[in-house]
Design a protein around this ligand. Structure first.
Ligand SMILES: Cc1ncc(COP(=O)(O)O)c(C=O)c1O
Length: 447
């Protein structure tokens, strides 16, 4: 047995992988990543792959390595419970400066799911702290069908992807779910008509039931996990205005879209939206270490203040809340965003990605190309007219063929996602699309 075969055997014996049917996974010989360099991943057999999806984001910028080493010389961790630390203070200041003005306070956690859990608990308790009697029924959240906010029970409760969430229906709390734009899309020819229809649906729910609704939670601009559904322009701003009108908190889950992914530092910036709570995670540390944050307004924070310890306190916290190593990496990562002018780089490379992917639209099995910034999806269909999805086994063969050609790419059902490293060069973007196109033609010509 060589080294890779040994690792395969141990992986199958000891590791339970996330979102994975292990019965299928262990029959294959999965790629085992050993190292990364720029936009490329290298496996234990020495094969090289262009990284087409961000979940394996490696960022070998030596400056981030340096930030870890520098912080390690001081301390790796001390608690934020009852004391503080330098990187968490400096990072909080930086985040408040760079996010929409309304957001003034930073609560740390370590996963996107936890940041959503915190947002939900904060929004719920906010109303109780203000007036327990008047807001006794503000216990539900307005959510979007096909929304995804993580995998803890609270975040599953506000999610809406049946294939992930249905099994937990007896564990989750009740919310009010709005049908998503994709369901409406096929019924309307004009985007404005679709937008008006969904907004009037939202307004009628808010008008009738705002005394039951603590907050409206959504993924701003792009619903990621459901196949990169792009909201029509103006939707987010209109939702913000409706939340204000009907006294409901707006929670923007920017875990996936934050930090440049959509071409602005935050998706809220595209429509000058001031949410009451924002959740951040994923790219905040450049893919180095787990960190997430929940930012809130001064008004929400103030509702938790008291002169007595147990009164109105937010009883939530994790052991690694505000960990120094993680916060120092995030700070350095943000500095590099600014120094390297990464947002402007993304805006340029986004045009390249969009242009190249749009060329695929003429392919008989491409039903849609959609996205923003460096977050695009190519929907594969059997038939362009009916939009009947291409069967999953064929989609999976395309994904495997991409790997054979040196491209790591991921599908969400019949949607192939292009979510590359934010610093990916134009040349690498063109290569990425070319490799996908090759795999697409190769697989479908055999059918
Ligand atoms: C919009 C959104 N919210 C929350 C999460 C959960 O983040 P994590 O996987 O870090 O718990 C994700 C993960 O993909 C996400 O896309």
């Amino acid at each position: 047995m060589n080294y890779t075969q040994e690792l395969h055997a141990k992986d199958a014996q000891y590791v339970w992988h996330p979102f994975t049917q292990m019965g299928v996974y262990t029959k294959d010989e999965p790629i085992i990543i050993e190292r990364g360099q720029g936009s490329y991943l290298y496996d234990t057999n020495g094969n090289k792959y262009l990284d087409g999806y961000v979940s394996l984001w490696v960022n070998n910028n030596k400056k981030l390595n340096k930030a870890i080493k520098k912080q390690l010389n001081h301390i790796a961790h001390s608690t934020l419970l009852g004391s503080s630390n330098i990187p968490s203070i400096e990072l909080a200041e930086k985040l408040v400066m760079m996010t929409p003005e309304r957001l003034q306070k930073v609560f740390y956690s370590d996963t996107g799911s936890a940041s959503v859990e915190i947002a939900i608990k904060m929004a719920y308790q906010y109303w109780k702290n203000i007036d327990r009697q008047q807001y006794a029924n503000k216990n539900k959240f307005l959510t979007l069908h096909n929304g995804y906010h993580g995998d803890t029970i609270g975040s599953v409760s506000v999610g809406g992807i049946d294939s992930f969430h249905k099994i937990f229906k007896d564990l989750i709390f009740e919310n009010i779910q709005i049908k998503t734009l994709c369901l409406y899309k096929s019924h309307y020819t004009h985007e404005q008509e679709m937008l008006d229809s969904i907004l009037s649906n939202i307004e009628s729910i808010l008008a009738e039931r705002n005394d039951e609704i603590a907050g409206f939670i959504l993924e701003p601009l792009i619903q990621g996990a459901t196949g990169l559904l792009v909201h029509p322009h103006g939707f987010l701003k209109s939702v913000e205005l409706l939340c204000r009108k009907y006294n409901v908190l707006l929670i923007c889950d920017e875990v996936a879209v934050g930090f440049g992914r959509t071409g602005e530092m935050f998706a809220c910036h595209h429509e000058a939206v001031q949410s009451d709570i924002i959740c951040l995670g994923k790219a905040i540390t450049g893919g180095y270490l787990p960190l997430a944050t929940t930012l809130t307004s001064q008004k929400i924070y103030d509702a938790f203040l008291s002169n007595r310890h147990g009164v109105n306190t937010f009883f939530h916290g994790h052991t690694y809340t505000g960990n120094q190593l993680v916060c120092s990496i995030a700070l350095e990562n943000i500095k590099l965003f600014e120094k390297d002018n990464l947002i402007s780089h993304i805006q340029t490379t986004s045009q390249t990605l969009k242009h190249r992917l749009n060329k695929l639209k003429s392919h008989k099995n491409v039903g849609d190309v959609r996205g923003r910034g460096l977050m695009f999806g190519v929907e594969l269909v059997k038939d362009k007219q009916s939009k009947e999805p291409l069967d999953i086994s064929t989609v999976e063969i395309i994904v495997y063929t991409c790997k054979d050609h040196g491209l790591m790419i991921r599908n969400l059902e019949n949607v192939i996602t292009f979510v590359p490293i934010l610093s990916m060069s134009k040349k690498e973007i063109k290569t990425m699309v070319k490799l996908f196109e090759k795999a697409l033609h190769q697989t479908l010509s055999k059918k």
